[in-house]
Design a protein around this ligand. Structure first.
Ligand SMILES: [Zn+2]
Length: 229
């Protein structure tokens, strides 16, 4: 029988009961568990861990391990790429409103989600066991039940507000929007909007038409509210 000790830092403690947060926790083991295995036994999913950076080594008898959360940085090209599980439809829409590349399919199975996360998308999920799958490299368990709170939390955690580019992505299908001439879509513009609006964007994927207007103003106001919360 081997013995080791673990201490969890920062928001990794969200996964632990209150009395076990930030203190040394005993871990007894037989066989040769990896760091990943031992850490996940405490309920902490490996993609949330930043230190130790490599979780594949086997645990040694008497080892003491400080476990710290991953520090998220914007991807080198500045483009966050998200993948959301079926419980997060509203959050997916919010992320698209903010212009982020967001894959969401309410029918996607766990295996497909894990595959997408293995291919480099950041998996956002409410399912801790999904996050513990080996092939998931980038992932976060979304905290909070209210979609607005979830967005505010995520934006703080990843520093998203500076990267947000509202209204450049189709809310229905995630495709980047393109400008379209007013004459080309004349038939589809409501008569009142024809009178004052000159700029239109269209989704090359599904054809949805967008224009700034009261809807746009409401959205901007909404972004300001969530950002302030
Ligand atoms: Zn579309």
């Amino acid at each position: 029988m081997g013995r080791a000790r673990f201490r969890f830092h920062g928001d990794l403690n969200d996964f632990l009961p209150r009395a076990r947060r930030g203190v040394w926790l005993e871990y007894e083991f037989s066989g040769r568990p990896s760091l990943k295995h031992a850490i996940e036994t405490f309920g902490v999913p490996h993609p949330e861990v930043g230190e130790p950076a490599d979780l594949s080594p086997l645990l040694r008898d008497g080892q003491e391990v400080d476990v710290r959360p991953r520090k998220w940085q914007s991807p080198p090209d500045g483009e966050w790429r998200f993948l959301l599980d079926c419980h997060l439809g509203r959050l997916a829409k919010y992320l698209r409103i903010l212009g982020f590349d967001t894959v969401y399919d309410a029918r996607a199975h766990d295996a497909e989600l894990a595959e997408g996360a293995a291919a480099g998308r950041l998996l956002l999920t409410r399912d801790r066991s999904l996050l513990m799958r080996k092939q998931v490299r980038l992932g976060l368990l979304v905290r909070g039940d209210d979609p607005r709170e979830q967005l505010a939390w995520l934006a703080r955690r990843l520093g998203l507000w500076t990267a947000a580019a509202p209204l450049r992505r189709c809310l229905r299908c995630n495709t980047m929007l393109e400008p379209v001439a007013k004459e080309a879509v004349w038939e589809r513009i409501p008569p009142k909007t024809r009178l004052w609006c000159e700029e239109f964007v269209q989704c090359p994927g599904c054809g949805q038409l967008y224009w700034p207007g009261s809807h746009y103003d409401r959205m901007q106001a909404w972004i300001r509210t969530v950002r302030g919360s």
